[in-house]
Every structure is written in structure tokens, then in C-alpha cells.
Design a protein around this ligand. Structure first.
Ligand code: AGP
Length: 605
């Protein structure tokens, strides 16, 4: 939540900062602001609402000139989204400006202390205490002031700091929130995410918690928590700027839906050799564990629900799922014989990080399925399996989710073989099916035009149900979330057999029920459930495997999905539901990539 960016170079900073903020806007879009430094004076401009509002203000403000600066796009935590609560925040004397991603838990007590010492606060944010604290401790040595100030803070923070006394210099501090340095030629950057500066440089340095850096156009100096200068290795980003741009698509979400065959290929293919699945990154003896616990949030959790069903089926091992935001409050049964699988696209989700800490405190082994290389979750876990989905910008995950499900399916097959639950021939047979996934995903995208038509037919419905059984139900959870989060239309995912235990009371004339019928062993069961809702006036849009003739006599509309082995169907069958949510939201004129109240990385509890 919240994106920060900093630049120092020899050109005017504002264009670079505004461009960086636009690229970071997926992290929060309640307000935005920049501060630049020129001739030992800091100038700042900020505005509530999206970055476009800020761009308009900056264009009108001729004072905003300087070769170094910082910027922020906000997802509000403390204080309403408003101009005054927007970042940057400045010290009373105008000497410092800061941008902050994170939360300061002890801000109230620090604020009271500083007010007693004469500081004047303008905003309701927790962040303002940081800049006032830096100012309070500053006696001419900023490094020292930064260390003293941050030593007082409880919580999480990635900070960007400008000091009027330090021309052409920007400072960055990282603790528990992402911050990456971009190393350019005669110019340097920091940002919450590489996408902010990928069009300028692909050379990056990852900061670790407790580290901080000072950046001038020619030099990046990094310090550890004790203030000692340290050397850190640079790494090169392998993906291209186009991956972080819309490339002609109207929305990132549609682009990312279309990228799924390629993302799945990149995730699956490198792990297949000699017709077998290999996880070179996993050096574990799976026989050591008597249970698996899968934990994550939102869509990643729903991917975990699919994974639970596949792993249990193939490995004959107890697999439990638990939302990460609840895990630590349930005193869960976890011990050294538990393999905890955490799933996260961003690798930053606060609740998932807390779940990892809980699991580790109980001596479990933690395996993370994660998309962002070097992210907090990848580092905290004992093992990390990367999904190679590339950057995902739309708030609603698509390729992040499908690549997670693909990894879980592969893990299930791999673990089943390691556990002796399947023989070599079966291992090869399942691997062969997994290999088909990218091509099947490509063919599923051919449904695009048909799904659009169905969205045109149904987009005015104000409530919908997604029903399915077993694996299809797990997919319904994600299909329903997709629709809710981007179209703001109420929808519920229901295990089809449960409807009759109460919820069927909500089925009435014209209610849309999306019936996911891809798991063919239970086809007759879901058909009965379709008949039950149709008898009460529902309209039914069904999703089924190609060659399914039966479904046409049951449903009002049918989408046929290319066939693959039934346990791996979830990777494919979610794609039409993603497209459906997309076109329904588009017809309802929703802000698809930046849905209201949401942010891409949820770094608060
Ligand atoms: C899904 O579209 C959402 N963006 C959300 O549910 C997301 O999956 C969840 O917040 C977890 O995020 P993570 O994968 O980055 O941990």
C-alpha cells in the first residue's frame, strides 16, 4: 500500500517523479504528491485523488523545478484522503520533506512528546511524526538524525527523505516495507517497485530491513542499521519496460489476462525435464511432514483452496487451508512436522508475513509460492518457488492466480511421486497433462468475444451466484471475488450442494447463477443443482468442458472450455470468469485497474 519514488540526476525531476507515480498508482490512489529540491529550498505540491490531479497542479505551478525529488501515491491509513494528509510531509521549518509507505504504531505518543517541545502538526497522519522527529534530531548530520529518529519508530516504513541542506541528495530507509534502488548513469532512483523506474534503468540494488542509503547523481552509498557503510551487489532486471506498460490494451487487467499462456509457460516449462517435474529450489524431504497447511489472503488463498484439493487427492496427505489474517489468532496446530505453504503474488502482504512468523515460531518449515523476486515473503520463507508471471499491475490478480494454481498442481504431482503415492508412469502422465496447460490457456482466450457478449447480456444484474462442486467450487470463490472487486456487483460463491440449506431463499426470477461444471465426475450433481435454481426462476450461465453436450439442455448460456485432466482444469476454467468480470465492470464503467478502496499490495493488517 502506498508507492514511493525518488530521483536524483541532472535533469528536472518532476516529470520522472510523476511518471514513476503513475506506474506505482496500483499501490494506492487516494492522493499523490511530490517535493523537489533546488538551491537549498524544498518545494512541494500534493493533491487528493489520482496522480492525474497532481499532474494538473504541477503543470500550473512553475516553482516546481529541481534535479532531485521524492514522490508518493497514497492508500490512506491514518487520516482521510485529503490534500493535507497527502504526502510528502514537511517539517515545520521546511528543512525536510518525507514520503512514507507503512504504518507507525507509536505515532500518538511521539506526536504528544514533539508537540510539548513546540512542533506544529498539520495532518492526521502517522507519517508527520517521522519528519518532525528527524528535524528534532538534526544537528547538521542527517545520517545521525535518520538513525536516531528511526530508532524511535515502531511499525513498518519505507521512507524517502529530502533535506534542504543536502543538494542533489535523496535518502531512502527500509524497514519491513519494500524499497529498491535503481542505479543509472549519472542518475539514481529509489522506489517501492521496479516498475517506477524500469524505463530508465534495469540495474537494481535490494535494500534489506534496517538498511538505508544516500543517493547522489553519481553515487549510491548504503549503510547497515548501525550506520556502517556496506557494499551490496547489483542485480539486473530481466523483464522489459513493455511488461509494465499497457502495450495497446485498454487496461492492465485485460493485458494480464491475455498474458496468461506466456506466464504459465514461463512458470511450468523450466521445471519440466525428462517428462518429470523438478523443483530444483526445493531441498526438502516431503516424507518428514504429516500435514500441510496452506495460508494466504484473497485470491492467493483461493488458489490455495484449489491446491488443497489437488494435493490431498494425489498425495493422500492432510491439507488444511487458513486465511492468513486469521491464522495467528487461532492458536493453530502447527509443529515441526507441518509444512506450511504460503502463497503471495506481491510477496509483501502483511497478514501473510505475520502467518509465516507464527508458523516459524512453531518450528514449521515454510515454503513460499511467490511472484516478486527478493520480496519480504521470499526472504522470510525457508524455500521460495517463484511463479514467473512477470509484473502484475492491475489490482485484480489474474496471471498471478493462475500461475500459483499451476505451481500447486505441479507441487502436488511432484510430492505424490516423492511420497510413493504415484508410480513413475503416472508421474510422467500427469507431467504430460501439466505441459498442456499453456496451450489450453491460449485456446481458452478464444472465448473472449463470446464472454463479452454474455457480459453485455448480464452486466445490469445487481447480484449473482457462482456455484460449483469440489474443485469447481474453489474456482467459484475466485470468480466471484473477481466480479465483486472490479464491478462492485454483489456476488457469492457457493458450494452448489449447500444452496438448499438456506441460501436458495435468495434465488428468484431473473437471478443470474454462474454454474461451473468442469469437474466431470460430479457433473450429474451440479446438473441437479442447476435444475433446483432454474425451477425458482434463475437464469443460468454454465461453464463446462468441451464435448459436454448435456449442459446445453440445462443452462441458458454455455461456455465450453478446452479439456485437460480434471484435476488441472481450475487453471483454465478461471479464465472465462476473469474475462466475464472484466467486461461486466467495463460495461458498468468501473475503474477496472484501480477499483475503489483497494490497493495491490496490502501491507497493513
Ligand atoms: C485479488 O484480485 C486481490 N488483489 C487480493 O485478493 C490479493 O490476491 C490478496 O490481497 C493477496 O495478495 P498477494 O498475493 O500479493 O499476497
Amino acid at each position: 500500500m502506498c508507492g514511493i519514488v525518488g530521483f536524483t540526476g541532472t535533469t528536472d525531476a518532476k516529470g520522472i517523479l510523476l511518471d514513476g507515480l503513475k506506474r506505482l498508482e496500483y499501490r494506492g490512489y487516494d492522493s499523490a504528491g511530490i517535493a523537489v529540491q533546488n538551491n537549498n529550498v524544498i518545494k512541494m505540491v500534493k493533491a487528493s485523488g489520482k496522480v492525474d490531479n497532481l499532474v494538473e497542479l504541477v503543470e500550473k505551478n512553475k516553482d516546481i523545478i529541481g534535479n532531485s525529488g521524492i514522490g508518493h501515491t497514497r492508500w490512506a491509513t491514518h487520516g482521510v484522503p485529503s490534500d493535507v494528509n497527502a504526502h510528502p510531509h514537511m517539517s515545520t521549518d521546511g528543512k525536510f520533506a518525507i514520503v512514507h509507505n507503512g504504518i507507525i504504531e507509536n505515532h500518538a505518543e511521539i506526536k504528544a512528546e514533539l508537540i510539548a517541545k513546540g512542533a506544529k502538526f498539520l495532518s492526521d497522519t502517522d507519517t508527520e511524526v517521522i519528519v518532525q522527529l528527524i528535524d528534532y534530531y538534526y544537528k547538521g548530520n542527517l545520517k545521525e538524525a535518520l538513525m536516531k529518529a528511526t530508532a524511535r519508530l515502531n511499525g513498518s516504513y519505507a521512507l524517502g527523505v529530502l533535506c534542504a541542506d543536502s543538494p542533489n541528495t535523496i535518502y531512502a530507509v527500509k524497514y519491513s516495507n519494500p524499497l529498491i534502488i535503481g542505479v543509472g548513469a549519472g542518475e539514481n532512483y529509489f522506489a517501492s517497485d521496479i516498475t517506477a523506474f524500469i524505463n530508465h534503468t534495469k540495474n537494481v540494488i535490494d535494500l534489506d530491513d534496517g538498511e538505508f542509503a544516500s543517493l547522489t547523481p553519481d553515487k549510491v552509498t548504503i549503510y547497515d542499521h548501525s550506520g556502517k557503510e556496506i557494499k551490496k551487489e547489483e542485480r539486473k532486471i530481466t523483464w522489459d519496460v513493455a511488461a509494465a506498460e499497457k502495450s495497446g490494451y485498454e487496461h492492465f487487467m485485460l493485458k494480464e489476462i491475455m498474458e496468461q499462456p506466456a506466464a504459465l509457460k514461463a512458470t511450468i516449462e523450466p521445471r519440466i525435464r525428462d517428462n518429470k517435474i523438478h523443483f530444483d529450489e526445493l531441498d526438502i524431504d516431503i516424507k518428514k511432514y504429516d500435514r500441510i497447511l496452506i495460508t494466504a489472503c484473497g485470491s492467493a488463498y483461493y488458489a490455495g483452496c484449489v491446491g488443497r484439493d489437488i494435493i490431498e487427492k494425489l498425495c493422500k496427505l492432510h491439507v488444511h487451508t487458513e486465511v492468513a489474517s486469521e491464522l495467528r489468532y487461532r492458536d493453530p496446530i502447527i509443529d515441526e512436522k507441518t509444512l506450511v505453504i504460503v502463497i503471495s503474488q506481491s510477496g509483501e502482504t502483511a497478514d501473510t508475513i505475520a502467518a509465516i512468523k507464527e508458523a516459524k515460531s512453531k518450528n514449521a518449515t515454510v515454503l513460499a509460492i511467490v511472484n516478486v523476486v527478493g520480496s519480504a515473503i521470499a526472504k522470510l520463507a525457508d524455500y521460495a518457488i517463484y511463479t514467473w508471471a512477470g509484473p502484475e499491475i492491475a489490482v485484480a490478480t489474474t496471471k498471478g492466480y493462475t500461475t500459483q494454481v499451476a505451481i500447486l498442481a505441479m507441487f502436488a504431482v511432484w510430492a505424490a511421486f516423492e511420497l510413493g503415492k504415484i508410480n513413475e508412469k503416472e508421474f510422467e502422465k500427469y507431467t504430460e497433462e501439466i505441459k498442456k496447460i499453456p496451450e489450453r490457456a491460449q485456446r481458452t482466450l478464444d472465448l473472449n468475444a463470446r464472454v463479452k457478449k454474455l457480459a453485455d447480456k448480464y452486466y445490469q444484474k445487481r447480484s449473482m451466484f457462482f456455484i460449483g462442486r469440489y474443485l469447481d467450487y474453489a474456482v467459484c470463490l475466485e470468480g466471484s471475488l473477481k466480479l465483486k472487486e472490479i464491478s462492485y456487483i454483489h456476488s457469492e460463491a457457493y458450494a452448489a450442494g449447500e444452496l438448499k440449506h438456506g441460501t436458495i431463499a435468495l434465488i428468484e426470477q431473473g437471478r443470474l447463477v454462474v454454474a461451473v461444471c468442469c469437474y466431470e465426475p460430479l457433473l450429474d450433481k451440479i446438473i441437479s443443482n442447476i435444475q433446483q435454481v432454474k425451477a425458482r426462476g434463475a437464469e443460468v450461465m454454465a461453464l463446462a468442458m468441451e464435448d459436454n453436450k448435456k449442459i446445453f439442455t440445462e443452462a441458458d448460456d454455455v461456455l465450453l472450455v478446452p479439456k485437460i485432466y480434471e484435476l488441472f482444469m481450475p487453471v483454465i476454467e478461471i479464465i472465462p470468469l476473469q474475462l466475464f468480470a472484466y467486461y461486466v465492470a467495463k460495461n458498468n464503467k468501473c475503474d477496472i485497474d484501480k477499483p475503489k478502496n483497494l490497493a495491490k499490495s496490502v501491507t497493513v493488517e
